[in-house]
Design a protein around this ligand. Structure first.
Ligand SMILES: Cc1cc2nc3c(=O)[nH]c(=O)nc-3n(C[C@H](O)[C@H](O)[C@H](O)COP(=O)(O)OP(=O)(O)OC[C@H]3O[C@@H](n4cnc5c(N)ncnc54)[C@H](O)[C@@H]3O)c2cc1C
Length: 386
């Protein structure tokens, strides 16, 4: 390892998840090719290995809608844009609404989303029943649906970004934890690793759930916390429409989608404390399975065969933190996506490369996502974290 790790580079990225590899690809594509990515584990085995891979244009803030829209072409045209198959399923997202308050809120969201060009539609109860066979619809007041939404496999996207970055000259070292960040006179000057020090004028923290720990090495406090999230799955069962969308029961917070003849389902547990311990809770599995049975009666015949957990990286307003820091030149972060980091990873790489190389993001103004917004009293709240 000592012989091949360089002593200096133009930029260092810490973390080779889907966000770090996207940044590497975009910086290299812009000509910054003396680039090193340091990953303490393996590519895409952090949150990117645990993600459900969903992407949607149905958010409550314009910036989140636009971040997905900017990312969408990478997913839809992955063979060309990424040089890889990514197990894309464009089967839509469906938000099920059962109260008048939800109807009012989602009609407002729908107008905003459509104003940005997202093909989101209002569905009446009968249309929902036709779209998702087996769904209990008696209490529905309507739904919003976007057929452009869908899902893919995050590790395939991360690996594709990594290979593209390497083809352009970037170097990615796995099994190489960053243990320190060097600064001098208000500027970052490099990192230390278990295998030696590397000097660089640009250091990017893309360490996902560990990003606050990494930022602390530079003396910065990032408002981003890891929170464990659980997903469960069933064996194939009769009554699942393989082409159904991912559905979210807004009242209960339950989400579910078809997967290989069965279901994946989950729900964010608001009582889960922040922390870096993964767990699968049988009581939570039972509680959410009850919700699923109530919403999809054929689910009662399904056999639960497993599940997994991983970390969302939550910020106080459930939006990503992308950008630099006025008091530490050359240090940038891209994290805190609050469960949306896969779908926003292509846009994040593109826009952070613009911030680093051009001084600001021009393809899309992401000033609202700057990491200093909380200190400046300008949070922007996303209402729908699934
Ligand atoms: C259950 C679950 C479901 C999800 N569903 C979705 C979804 O449907 N849609 C969506 O958009 N998002 C979803 N997400 C979120 C999404 O997976 C993440 O936002 C995204 O993968 C974050 O990518 P990342 O590259 O920032 O982090 P990671 O993939 O965690 O990468 C960070 C990397 O940094 C490395 N690292 C940490 N510290 C150091 C160090 N000191 N030195 C070197 N390397 C270090 C880690 O090993 C890790 O590989 C989900 C997440 C979970 C857990």
């Amino acid at each position: 390892m000592d012989e091949i790790i360089p002593r200096r580079a133009d930029a260092i990225i810490i973390g080779a998840g889907v966000v770090g590899t996207s940044i590497a690809h975009h910086l290299a594509a812009r000509g910054l090719t003396d680039l090193v990515v340091l990953e303490r584990n393996r590519i895409a085995q952090g949150a990117s290995g645990d993600g459900a891979g969903g992407f949607r244009q149905q958010f409550s803030t314009a910036i989140n809608v636009q971040m997905t829209q900017l990312s969408l072409p990478y997913f839809l045209d992955a063979p060309h844009r990424l040089g890889a198959e990514i197990e894309l399923r464009q089967q839509g997202y469906l938000f099920l609404l059962t109260t008048e308050a939800q109807v009012a809120e989602f009609r407002t969201n729908l107008a905003m989303q459509r104003g940005l060009g997202a093909p989101v539609r209002w569905l009446e109860r009968e249309e929902v029943a036709a779209l998702v066979p087996g769904l209990r619809t008696d209490d529905l007041l309507g739904a919003t649906y976007c057929s452009d939404d869908g899902w893919a496999r995050p590790p395939l996207v991360a690996t594709a970004f990594a290979r593209r970055a390497e083809a352009l000259g970037a170097r990615i070292f796995e099994g190489c934890p960053v243990t320190g960040i060097a600064t001098n006179g208000g500027a970052v000057t490099g990192v230390t690793t278990r295998h030696g020090a590397i000097d660089a004028p640009i250091v990017i923290d893309a360490a996902g759930p560990w990003a606050a720990e990494v930022a602390a090495l530079a003396g910065l406090a990032l408002p981003a916390e890891p929170v464990c999230r659980q997903v469960f799955r069933t064996a194939p069962f009769a009554g699942v429409a393989a082409g159904a969308p991912l559905a979210i029961d807004v009242a209960s917070g339950l989400w579910f989608r078809p997967h290989e003849g069965g279901f994946w389902w989950g729900k964010s547990d608001d009582a889960e404390p922040p922390g870096l311990i993964k767990h699968l809770d049988p009581d939570w599995a039972r509680h959410t399975a009850d919700l699923a049975r109530d919403r999809v009666p054929p689910f009662a015949g399904a056999r639960v065969v497993g599940g997994w957990s991983g970390f969302y990286t939550m910020t106080p307003d459930a939006h990503g933190l992308i950008g630099g820091f006025p008091h530490l030149r050359g240090f940038y972060c891209a994290t805190g996506f609050s469960g949306h980091g896969f779908q926003h990873s292509p846009a994040t790489g593109l826009l952070l490369a613009e911030i680093i190389l051009d001084g600001r993001a021009t393809t899309l103004d992401i000033h609202p996502l700057r990491p200093t917004r909380f200190a400046e009293g300008e949070p922007i709240v996303e209402r729908y974290v699934v």
